[in-house]
Ligand binder design. Structure first.
Ligand SMILES: NC(=O)c1ccc[n+]([C@@H]2O[C@H](COP(=O)([O-])OP(=O)(O)OC[C@H]3O[C@@H](n4cnc5c(N)ncnc54)[C@H](O)[C@@H]3O)[C@@H](O)[C@H]2O)c1
Length: 463
Protein backbone atom coordinates (compact mmCIF):
# COMPACT_ATOMS: atom_id res chain seq x y z
CA UNK A 1 0.00 0.00 0.00
CA UNK A 2 1.09 3.59 -0.37
CA UNK A 3 1.27 4.00 3.34
CA UNK A 4 4.22 6.12 4.28
CA UNK A 5 6.28 5.10 7.26
CA UNK A 6 5.64 8.52 8.76
CA UNK A 7 1.87 8.04 8.58
CA UNK A 8 2.17 4.54 9.89
CA UNK A 9 4.06 5.72 12.94
CA UNK A 10 1.95 8.81 13.39
CA UNK A 11 -1.23 6.81 13.65
CA UNK A 12 0.18 3.77 15.34
CA UNK A 13 0.14 5.17 18.83
CA UNK A 14 -3.39 5.06 20.14
CA UNK A 15 -4.69 8.42 21.17
CA UNK A 16 -6.77 8.71 24.31
CA UNK A 17 -9.87 6.78 23.42
CA UNK A 18 -12.48 9.12 24.82
CA UNK A 19 -15.26 9.79 22.36
CA UNK A 20 -15.77 13.32 21.12
CA UNK A 21 -19.12 15.03 21.25
CA UNK A 22 -21.82 12.54 20.47
CA UNK A 23 -22.93 12.28 16.91
CA UNK A 24 -26.68 12.00 16.80
CA UNK A 25 -29.02 11.00 14.06
CA UNK A 26 -30.58 14.03 12.44
CA UNK A 27 -33.85 13.78 14.30
CA UNK A 28 -34.39 11.61 17.34
CA UNK A 29 -37.99 10.99 16.29
CA UNK A 30 -36.95 9.95 12.81
CA UNK A 31 -35.82 6.55 11.70
CA UNK A 32 -32.19 5.62 11.22
CA UNK A 33 -31.67 5.41 7.47
CA UNK A 34 -29.31 2.58 6.67
CA UNK A 35 -27.49 1.43 3.53
CA UNK A 36 -26.33 -2.21 3.30
CA UNK A 37 -22.99 -3.22 1.77
CA UNK A 38 -23.35 -6.93 0.97
CA UNK A 39 -27.02 -7.85 0.46
CA UNK A 40 -27.11 -11.62 0.78
CA UNK A 41 -25.91 -14.43 3.12
CA UNK A 42 -24.82 -12.79 6.42
CA UNK A 43 -25.57 -9.44 4.82
CA UNK A 44 -29.23 -10.38 4.45
CA UNK A 45 -29.24 -11.69 8.01
CA UNK A 46 -27.98 -8.30 9.15
CA UNK A 47 -30.60 -6.51 7.03
CA UNK A 48 -33.38 -8.62 8.58
CA UNK A 49 -32.15 -8.26 12.16
CA UNK A 50 -31.23 -4.57 12.05
CA UNK A 51 -34.29 -3.83 9.93
CA UNK A 52 -36.59 -5.38 12.55
CA UNK A 53 -35.92 -2.39 14.85
CA UNK A 54 -39.02 -0.17 14.60
CA UNK A 55 -36.85 2.90 13.98
CA UNK A 56 -34.50 1.31 11.44
CA UNK A 57 -35.17 1.94 7.79
CA UNK A 58 -33.08 0.45 5.00
CA UNK A 59 -32.80 2.90 2.12
CA UNK A 60 -30.45 1.16 -0.36
CA UNK A 61 -28.58 -2.07 -1.00
CA UNK A 62 -25.18 -2.68 -2.52
CA UNK A 63 -23.90 -6.01 -3.80
CA UNK A 64 -21.28 -6.77 -6.44
CA UNK A 65 -23.40 -9.72 -7.59
CA UNK A 66 -26.65 -8.78 -9.34
CA UNK A 67 -27.93 -12.30 -8.62
CA UNK A 68 -27.88 -11.77 -4.89
CA UNK A 69 -30.51 -9.05 -4.30
CA UNK A 70 -33.56 -11.36 -4.34
CA UNK A 71 -33.86 -11.82 -0.56
CA UNK A 72 -33.33 -8.15 0.21
CA UNK A 73 -35.71 -7.10 -2.57
CA UNK A 74 -38.42 -9.48 -1.30
CA UNK A 75 -38.09 -8.03 2.21
CA UNK A 76 -37.86 -4.35 1.19
CA UNK A 77 -39.14 -4.03 -2.41
CA UNK A 78 -38.17 -1.19 -4.69
CA UNK A 79 -35.07 0.15 -2.95
CA UNK A 80 -32.18 1.43 -5.07
CA UNK A 81 -29.47 -1.14 -5.78
CA UNK A 82 -25.81 -0.51 -6.39
CA UNK A 83 -22.78 -2.63 -7.26
CA UNK A 84 -20.16 -0.19 -5.89
CA UNK A 85 -20.50 1.11 -2.32
CA UNK A 86 -18.51 4.23 -3.21
CA UNK A 87 -21.13 5.14 -5.79
CA UNK A 88 -23.94 4.31 -3.33
CA UNK A 89 -22.50 6.57 -0.64
CA UNK A 90 -22.03 9.40 -3.16
CA UNK A 91 -25.55 9.06 -4.63
CA UNK A 92 -27.29 8.81 -1.26
CA UNK A 93 -25.43 11.79 0.23
CA UNK A 94 -27.46 13.01 3.21
CA UNK A 95 -30.08 10.36 2.47
CA UNK A 96 -28.47 7.84 4.78
CA UNK A 97 -27.25 7.95 8.38
CA UNK A 98 -25.60 4.56 8.79
CA UNK A 99 -24.18 1.47 7.08
CA UNK A 100 -24.18 -2.24 7.75
CA UNK A 101 -21.12 -3.84 6.16
CA UNK A 102 -21.22 -7.59 5.51
CA UNK A 103 -18.73 -8.14 2.69
CA UNK A 104 -15.86 -10.64 2.73
CA UNK A 105 -13.19 -9.61 5.27
CA UNK A 106 -10.79 -7.91 2.85
CA UNK A 107 -13.34 -5.14 2.14
CA UNK A 108 -14.59 -4.44 5.67
CA UNK A 109 -12.16 -1.66 6.51
CA UNK A 110 -12.50 0.41 3.35
CA UNK A 111 -16.31 0.14 3.15
CA UNK A 112 -16.60 1.01 6.84
CA UNK A 113 -14.02 3.79 7.18
CA UNK A 114 -15.29 5.50 4.02
CA UNK A 115 -18.75 5.67 5.59
CA UNK A 116 -17.39 6.80 8.96
CA UNK A 117 -15.54 9.64 7.24
CA UNK A 118 -18.96 10.75 5.93
CA UNK A 119 -20.14 10.75 9.60
CA UNK A 120 -22.25 7.63 9.14
CA UNK A 121 -22.74 5.18 12.00
CA UNK A 122 -21.29 1.75 11.24
CA UNK A 123 -22.19 -1.85 11.99
CA UNK A 124 -19.43 -4.05 10.57
CA UNK A 125 -19.26 -7.82 10.51
CA UNK A 126 -16.59 -9.77 12.36
CA UNK A 127 -13.65 -9.93 12.13
CA UNK A 128 -13.78 -6.15 12.21
CA UNK A 129 -10.90 -6.00 9.73
CA UNK A 130 -8.55 -8.09 7.64
CA UNK A 131 -5.31 -6.77 9.22
CA UNK A 132 -3.95 -5.41 12.48
CA UNK A 133 -3.29 -2.02 10.88
CA UNK A 134 -6.88 -1.76 9.63
CA UNK A 135 -8.26 -2.61 13.08
CA UNK A 136 -6.18 0.22 14.54
CA UNK A 137 -7.46 2.65 11.89
CA UNK A 138 -11.12 1.82 12.55
CA UNK A 139 -10.61 2.22 16.27
CA UNK A 140 -8.94 5.60 15.77
CA UNK A 141 -11.57 6.71 13.26
CA UNK A 142 -14.40 5.86 15.66
CA UNK A 143 -12.69 7.93 18.37
CA UNK A 144 -12.10 10.79 15.90
CA UNK A 145 -15.59 10.94 14.42
CA UNK A 146 -17.74 9.85 17.38
CA UNK A 147 -20.05 7.82 15.14
CA UNK A 148 -21.74 4.88 16.83
CA UNK A 149 -20.19 1.55 15.97
CA UNK A 150 -20.72 -2.13 16.62
CA UNK A 151 -18.93 -5.25 15.41
CA UNK A 152 -21.19 -8.02 14.11
CA UNK A 153 -20.30 -10.79 16.58
CA UNK A 154 -23.91 -10.90 17.75
CA UNK A 155 -23.35 -13.59 20.40
CA UNK A 156 -21.64 -10.87 22.45
CA UNK A 157 -25.18 -9.85 23.47
CA UNK A 158 -26.56 -13.37 23.98
CA UNK A 159 -27.53 -14.86 27.36
CA UNK A 160 -24.83 -17.57 27.15
CA UNK A 161 -21.86 -15.24 26.81
CA UNK A 162 -23.29 -12.61 29.15
CA UNK A 163 -23.84 -15.24 31.84
CA UNK A 164 -20.30 -16.53 31.37
CA UNK A 165 -18.93 -13.00 31.78
CA UNK A 166 -20.97 -12.50 34.96
CA UNK A 167 -19.75 -15.77 36.50
CA UNK A 168 -16.11 -14.89 35.87
CA UNK A 169 -16.42 -11.28 37.05
CA UNK A 170 -18.33 -12.29 40.18
CA UNK A 171 -15.40 -14.51 41.14
CA UNK A 172 -17.29 -17.82 41.07
CA UNK A 173 -14.15 -19.71 40.06
CA UNK A 174 -11.76 -17.19 41.61
CA UNK A 175 -9.24 -15.19 39.63
CA UNK A 176 -8.20 -16.64 36.30
CA UNK A 177 -4.86 -18.38 35.74
CA UNK A 178 -5.18 -19.20 32.03
CA UNK A 179 -7.73 -19.58 29.21
CA UNK A 180 -7.81 -22.18 26.43
CA UNK A 181 -10.06 -21.69 23.39
CA UNK A 182 -10.66 -24.05 20.47
CA UNK A 183 -12.55 -24.46 17.20
CA UNK A 184 -12.39 -27.57 14.99
CA UNK A 185 -12.25 -25.90 11.55
CA UNK A 186 -9.12 -25.93 9.39
CA UNK A 187 -7.83 -22.56 8.14
CA UNK A 188 -8.08 -23.74 4.51
CA UNK A 189 -10.80 -26.30 5.13
CA UNK A 190 -13.40 -24.96 2.69
CA UNK A 191 -11.18 -25.30 -0.39
CA UNK A 192 -8.33 -27.48 0.93
CA UNK A 193 -6.11 -25.53 -1.46
CA UNK A 194 -2.63 -24.08 -1.11
CA UNK A 195 -2.27 -22.92 -4.73
CA UNK A 196 -4.30 -20.69 -7.05
CA UNK A 197 -6.75 -22.65 -9.27
CA UNK A 198 -7.17 -22.36 -13.05
CA UNK A 199 -9.17 -19.32 -14.10
CA UNK A 200 -12.70 -19.48 -15.52
CA UNK A 201 -15.15 -16.99 -17.05
CA UNK A 202 -16.82 -14.66 -14.56
CA UNK A 203 -20.54 -15.55 -14.16
CA UNK A 204 -23.12 -13.10 -15.54
CA UNK A 205 -24.05 -10.49 -12.97
CA UNK A 206 -20.85 -10.76 -10.93
CA UNK A 207 -18.59 -7.70 -10.96
CA UNK A 208 -15.30 -9.48 -10.27
CA UNK A 209 -13.27 -6.27 -10.27
CA UNK A 210 -15.44 -4.83 -7.48
CA UNK A 211 -15.35 -8.14 -5.59
CA UNK A 212 -11.52 -8.02 -5.65
CA UNK A 213 -11.64 -4.40 -4.49
CA UNK A 214 -8.54 -3.65 -2.40
CA UNK A 215 -6.95 -7.08 -3.10
CA UNK A 216 -4.28 -7.68 -5.74
CA UNK A 217 -5.82 -8.68 -9.09
CA UNK A 218 -6.32 -12.36 -9.86
CA UNK A 219 -8.59 -14.28 -12.20
CA UNK A 220 -12.00 -15.56 -11.17
CA UNK A 221 -12.42 -19.30 -10.48
CA UNK A 222 -15.66 -21.01 -9.47
CA UNK A 223 -16.41 -22.38 -5.98
CA UNK A 224 -13.16 -21.28 -4.36
CA UNK A 225 -13.73 -17.54 -3.77
CA UNK A 226 -17.22 -16.11 -4.22
CA UNK A 227 -19.39 -16.72 -2.30
CA UNK A 228 -18.25 -17.91 1.14
CA UNK A 229 -15.04 -19.87 0.36
CA UNK A 230 -12.91 -16.69 0.22
CA UNK A 231 -12.36 -17.40 3.96
CA UNK A 232 -9.44 -19.75 3.16
CA UNK A 233 -7.38 -17.20 1.20
CA UNK A 234 -4.82 -14.88 2.76
CA UNK A 235 -5.79 -12.09 0.32
CA UNK A 236 -9.50 -12.19 1.19
CA UNK A 237 -10.28 -13.99 4.44
CA UNK A 238 -8.72 -14.68 7.81
CA UNK A 239 -8.87 -18.48 8.19
CA UNK A 240 -10.42 -20.13 11.23
CA UNK A 241 -8.77 -17.58 13.52
CA UNK A 242 -10.60 -14.72 11.79
CA UNK A 243 -13.81 -16.63 11.23
CA UNK A 244 -14.25 -17.63 14.86
CA UNK A 245 -11.68 -15.73 16.94
CA UNK A 246 -13.87 -12.62 17.27
CA UNK A 247 -16.72 -14.87 18.45
CA UNK A 248 -14.94 -17.25 20.83
CA UNK A 249 -12.40 -14.81 22.26
CA UNK A 250 -15.05 -12.12 22.79
CA UNK A 251 -16.29 -13.39 26.20
CA UNK A 252 -12.64 -13.89 27.19
CA UNK A 253 -11.88 -10.26 26.33
CA UNK A 254 -15.04 -8.95 28.00
CA UNK A 255 -14.84 -11.07 31.14
CA UNK A 256 -11.14 -10.46 31.79
CA UNK A 257 -11.10 -6.89 30.40
CA UNK A 258 -8.20 -7.74 28.12
CA UNK A 259 -6.58 -5.12 25.94
CA UNK A 260 -3.43 -5.23 23.86
CA UNK A 261 -1.24 -8.33 23.88
CA UNK A 262 2.38 -8.30 25.09
CA UNK A 263 3.41 -11.19 22.87
CA UNK A 264 2.04 -13.86 20.54
CA UNK A 265 3.51 -17.19 19.48
CA UNK A 266 2.15 -19.81 17.06
CA UNK A 267 2.83 -23.43 16.36
CA UNK A 268 1.26 -23.84 12.92
CA UNK A 269 1.16 -26.54 10.25
CA UNK A 270 0.68 -25.78 6.56
CA UNK A 271 1.34 -22.03 6.45
CA UNK A 272 1.87 -20.87 2.86
CA UNK A 273 1.63 -17.67 0.83
CA UNK A 274 -1.87 -18.32 -0.52
CA UNK A 275 -4.11 -19.94 2.09
CA UNK A 276 -4.34 -20.02 5.87
CA UNK A 277 -2.65 -22.84 7.70
CA UNK A 278 -4.43 -26.16 8.24
CA UNK A 279 -3.95 -26.30 12.01
CA UNK A 280 -2.39 -24.17 14.68
CA UNK A 281 -1.93 -23.40 18.34
CA UNK A 282 -1.52 -19.72 19.22
CA UNK A 283 -0.59 -18.32 22.60
CA UNK A 284 -1.00 -14.66 23.48
CA UNK A 285 0.28 -13.18 26.71
CA UNK A 286 -1.72 -10.17 27.96
CA UNK A 287 -1.11 -7.87 30.91
CA UNK A 288 -2.93 -9.19 33.97
CA UNK A 289 -6.13 -7.48 35.08
CA UNK A 290 -8.31 -7.32 38.20
CA UNK A 291 -9.81 -10.68 37.13
CA UNK A 292 -6.54 -12.58 36.64
CA UNK A 293 -3.81 -14.02 38.81
CA UNK A 294 -0.36 -12.50 38.44
CA UNK A 295 1.15 -9.85 36.23
CA UNK A 296 0.28 -11.58 32.96
CA UNK A 297 -2.36 -13.96 31.65
CA UNK A 298 -1.94 -16.51 28.89
CA UNK A 299 -4.71 -17.24 26.37
CA UNK A 300 -4.19 -20.18 24.01
CA UNK A 301 -6.12 -20.94 20.78
CA UNK A 302 -6.36 -24.34 19.06
CA UNK A 303 -7.87 -25.11 15.64
CA UNK A 304 -7.77 -27.61 12.79
CA UNK A 305 -8.43 -30.54 15.15
CA UNK A 306 -6.08 -29.54 17.95
CA UNK A 307 -7.56 -29.31 21.43
CA UNK A 308 -6.40 -28.24 24.86
CA UNK A 309 -5.52 -30.93 27.40
CA UNK A 310 -9.03 -32.01 28.46
CA UNK A 311 -7.85 -32.95 31.96
CA UNK A 312 -7.47 -29.21 32.65
CA UNK A 313 -11.27 -28.89 32.57
CA UNK A 314 -11.84 -31.24 35.55
CA UNK A 315 -14.80 -32.80 33.70
CA UNK A 316 -16.73 -35.71 35.22
CA UNK A 317 -16.05 -39.16 33.72
CA UNK A 318 -17.56 -39.55 30.24
CA UNK A 319 -18.00 -35.81 29.65
CA UNK A 320 -16.06 -34.29 26.76
CA UNK A 321 -14.94 -30.80 25.86
CA UNK A 322 -17.61 -28.88 23.90
CA UNK A 323 -17.26 -28.93 20.09
CA UNK A 324 -15.86 -25.40 20.32
CA UNK A 325 -15.54 -22.88 23.12
CA UNK A 326 -13.27 -21.94 26.00
CA UNK A 327 -12.18 -23.18 29.38
CA UNK A 328 -11.30 -20.57 31.96
CA UNK A 329 -8.93 -22.04 34.56
CA UNK A 330 -9.59 -20.29 37.87
CA UNK A 331 -8.09 -20.49 41.34
CA UNK A 332 -11.23 -22.23 42.63
CA UNK A 333 -12.38 -24.24 39.61
CA UNK A 334 -12.97 -24.25 35.86
CA UNK A 335 -15.64 -22.68 33.67
CA UNK A 336 -16.33 -24.22 30.26
CA UNK A 337 -18.16 -21.83 27.93
CA UNK A 338 -19.33 -23.65 24.80
CA UNK A 339 -19.87 -21.77 21.54
CA UNK A 340 -22.82 -21.28 21.89
CA UNK A 341 -24.09 -22.75 25.15
CA UNK A 342 -24.60 -21.88 28.80
CA UNK A 343 -21.45 -21.89 30.94
CA UNK A 344 -20.68 -24.97 33.02
CA UNK A 345 -18.63 -25.12 36.22
CA UNK A 346 -16.28 -27.93 37.24
CA UNK A 347 -15.58 -30.01 39.25
CA UNK A 348 -19.22 -30.90 39.82
CA UNK A 349 -18.46 -32.32 43.31
CA UNK A 350 -17.68 -28.74 44.29
CA UNK A 351 -20.09 -26.62 42.20
CA UNK A 352 -23.02 -29.00 41.72
CA UNK A 353 -24.62 -30.47 38.62
CA UNK A 354 -24.48 -28.64 35.29
CA UNK A 355 -28.08 -28.92 34.14
CA UNK A 356 -29.09 -27.84 30.66
CA UNK A 357 -31.35 -24.76 30.43
CA UNK A 358 -34.34 -26.88 29.39
CA UNK A 359 -34.04 -29.00 32.54
CA UNK A 360 -33.62 -25.90 34.72
CA UNK A 361 -36.70 -24.32 33.15
CA UNK A 362 -38.70 -27.55 33.54
CA UNK A 363 -37.84 -27.77 37.22
CA UNK A 364 -38.80 -24.14 37.75
CA UNK A 365 -42.06 -24.59 35.84
CA UNK A 366 -43.03 -27.77 37.67
CA UNK A 367 -41.96 -26.23 40.96
CA UNK A 368 -39.95 -29.41 41.33
CA UNK A 369 -37.98 -29.14 44.54
CA UNK A 370 -34.61 -30.81 44.34
CA UNK A 371 -31.86 -31.58 46.72
CA UNK A 372 -29.36 -31.44 43.84
CA UNK A 373 -26.84 -28.68 44.07
CA UNK A 374 -26.95 -26.83 40.72
CA UNK A 375 -23.73 -25.29 39.34
CA UNK A 376 -25.33 -22.54 37.24
CA UNK A 377 -28.90 -21.75 38.26
CA UNK A 378 -31.60 -19.66 36.60
CA UNK A 379 -30.72 -16.91 39.09
CA UNK A 380 -27.21 -16.79 37.57
CA UNK A 381 -28.57 -16.24 34.08
CA UNK A 382 -28.18 -12.84 32.44
CA UNK A 383 -30.75 -12.41 29.71
CA UNK A 384 -29.66 -11.64 26.17
CA UNK A 385 -30.87 -8.82 23.96
CA UNK A 386 -30.58 -7.84 20.31
CA UNK A 387 -27.02 -6.93 19.39
CA UNK A 388 -28.38 -5.37 16.20
CA UNK A 389 -31.00 -3.22 17.93
CA UNK A 390 -28.45 -2.04 20.50
CA UNK A 391 -26.52 -0.38 17.67
CA UNK A 392 -29.64 1.27 16.18
CA UNK A 393 -30.58 2.59 19.64
CA UNK A 394 -27.04 3.90 20.18
CA UNK A 395 -27.01 5.68 16.82
CA UNK A 396 -30.37 7.30 17.59
CA UNK A 397 -29.85 8.32 21.21
CA UNK A 398 -26.06 8.74 21.34
CA UNK A 399 -25.19 6.25 24.07
CA UNK A 400 -22.38 3.74 23.55
CA UNK A 401 -22.57 0.12 22.52
CA UNK A 402 -20.55 -2.50 24.40
CA UNK A 403 -19.04 -3.91 21.18
CA UNK A 404 -17.96 -0.59 19.70
CA UNK A 405 -14.72 -0.24 17.78
CA UNK A 406 -12.84 0.91 20.92
CA UNK A 407 -13.49 -2.65 22.17
CA UNK A 408 -13.71 -4.60 18.89
CA UNK A 409 -10.53 -2.94 17.55
CA UNK A 410 -8.17 -4.44 20.16
CA UNK A 411 -10.03 -7.78 20.01
CA UNK A 412 -9.57 -7.88 16.24
CA UNK A 413 -5.95 -6.76 16.57
CA UNK A 414 -5.29 -9.77 18.81
CA UNK A 415 -7.04 -12.10 16.36
CA UNK A 416 -5.08 -10.77 13.39
CA UNK A 417 -1.84 -10.78 15.43
CA UNK A 418 -2.51 -14.50 15.78
CA UNK A 419 -2.66 -14.74 12.01
CA UNK A 420 0.67 -12.90 11.71
CA UNK A 421 2.24 -15.29 14.22
CA UNK A 422 0.91 -18.32 12.33
CA UNK A 423 3.15 -17.30 9.42
CA UNK A 424 6.20 -17.37 11.77
CA UNK A 425 5.63 -20.70 13.48
CA UNK A 426 7.76 -21.24 16.58
CA UNK A 427 8.80 -17.59 16.92
CA UNK A 428 7.63 -15.59 19.92
CA UNK A 429 6.67 -12.15 18.61
CA UNK A 430 7.05 -9.47 21.27
CA UNK A 431 4.37 -6.85 20.52
CA UNK A 432 4.94 -3.14 21.03
CA UNK A 433 1.28 -2.17 20.63
CA UNK A 434 1.76 1.59 21.01
CA UNK A 435 4.21 1.73 18.11
CA UNK A 436 2.82 -1.27 16.22
CA UNK A 437 6.19 -3.00 16.10
CA UNK A 438 7.74 -6.40 16.72
CA UNK A 439 11.07 -5.22 18.19
CA UNK A 440 12.66 -8.68 18.09
CA UNK A 441 11.29 -9.67 14.65
CA UNK A 442 10.92 -6.55 12.50
CA UNK A 443 10.46 -8.61 9.31
CA UNK A 444 7.07 -9.74 10.66
CA UNK A 445 5.86 -6.12 10.64
CA UNK A 446 5.13 -6.32 6.90
CA UNK A 447 2.23 -8.66 7.71
CA UNK A 448 0.57 -6.11 9.99
CA UNK A 449 -0.79 -4.57 6.79
CA UNK A 450 -1.21 -5.62 3.16
CA UNK A 451 -0.70 -4.39 -0.38
CA UNK A 452 -3.70 -2.39 -1.62
CA UNK A 453 -4.57 -2.47 -5.31
CA UNK A 454 -3.95 0.81 -7.07
CA UNK A 455 -6.95 3.09 -6.70
CA UNK A 456 -8.19 1.27 -3.59
CA UNK A 457 -5.74 2.65 -1.01
CA UNK A 458 -6.95 4.69 1.94
CA UNK A 459 -5.28 7.16 4.22
CA UNK A 460 -4.67 6.43 7.91
CA UNK A 461 -7.09 7.93 10.38
CA UNK A 462 -6.45 11.63 10.92
CA UNK A 463 -4.01 11.96 7.96
N1 LIG B 1 -21.57 -12.85 12.76
C1 LIG B 1 -21.73 -14.07 12.25
O1 LIG B 1 -22.22 -14.99 12.90
C2 LIG B 1 -21.31 -14.28 10.82
C3 LIG B 1 -21.76 -15.41 10.11
C4 LIG B 1 -21.37 -15.53 8.78
C5 LIG B 1 -20.56 -14.58 8.20
N2 LIG B 1 -20.12 -13.51 8.92
C6 LIG B 1 -19.27 -12.47 8.33
O2 LIG B 1 -20.05 -11.79 7.34
C7 LIG B 1 -19.23 -11.41 6.25
C8 LIG B 1 -19.82 -12.02 4.98
O3 LIG B 1 -19.75 -13.43 5.07
P1 LIG B 1 -20.69 -14.35 4.17
O4 LIG B 1 -20.53 -15.72 4.67
O5 LIG B 1 -22.05 -13.74 4.12
O6 LIG B 1 -19.96 -14.18 2.74
P2 LIG B 1 -20.59 -14.46 1.30
O7 LIG B 1 -19.46 -14.42 0.35
O8 LIG B 1 -21.45 -15.66 1.35
O9 LIG B 1 -21.56 -13.22 1.05
C9 LIG B 1 -21.04 -11.92 0.93
C10 LIG B 1 -22.06 -11.07 0.20
O10 LIG B 1 -21.47 -9.80 -0.04
C11 LIG B 1 -21.40 -9.55 -1.44
N3 LIG B 1 -20.19 -8.78 -1.69
C12 LIG B 1 -18.93 -9.24 -1.84
N4 LIG B 1 -18.06 -8.21 -1.99
C13 LIG B 1 -18.82 -7.07 -1.96
C14 LIG B 1 -18.51 -5.69 -2.06
N5 LIG B 1 -17.26 -5.24 -2.24
N6 LIG B 1 -19.53 -4.81 -2.00
C15 LIG B 1 -20.81 -5.22 -1.83
N7 LIG B 1 -21.15 -6.53 -1.73
C16 LIG B 1 -20.17 -7.42 -1.76
C17 LIG B 1 -21.46 -10.91 -2.08
O11 LIG B 1 -21.90 -10.85 -3.43
C18 LIG B 1 -22.41 -11.64 -1.18
O12 LIG B 1 -23.76 -11.35 -1.49
C19 LIG B 1 -17.84 -11.93 6.57
O13 LIG B 1 -17.07 -10.91 7.13
C20 LIG B 1 -18.06 -13.03 7.61
O14 LIG B 1 -16.98 -13.18 8.48
C21 LIG B 1 -20.49 -13.35 10.22
Amino acid sequence: MTLSRRHFLATAAVATLGFPALVRARNLNSQLQIAAVGADAKGFDDIKEIGSHPKAKYVAFCDIDANRFAHAEAKYPGLPRFADFREMYAKLGDGFDAVSVSTPDHMHALATITAMRLKKHAYCQKPLTHTVWEARQLRLEAARTGVRTQMGNQIHSAAEYRTGVKLIQSGRIGKILAVHTWHPNMGNGFTKRTTVPASAPVPAGVNWDLWLGVAPARDYAPAVYHPFTWRDWVDFGSGTMGDFGCHLLDPVFTALKLGEALSVKADSVGANEQTWCAKQTIEWVFPGTEYTVGKTISVTWYDGGRLPDATLALLPPGKKLAGSGSIFIGELGVMMLPHVGMPQLFPEEKFGKNLNPGELARRARDNNPTTDKVAVSLADRVEGSSHYHAWVDAALDGHETTDNFAYAGPLTEAVQLGNVASRFSGVKLIWDAANMKFPTKPEAEALLTKTYRKGWEFKPSGA
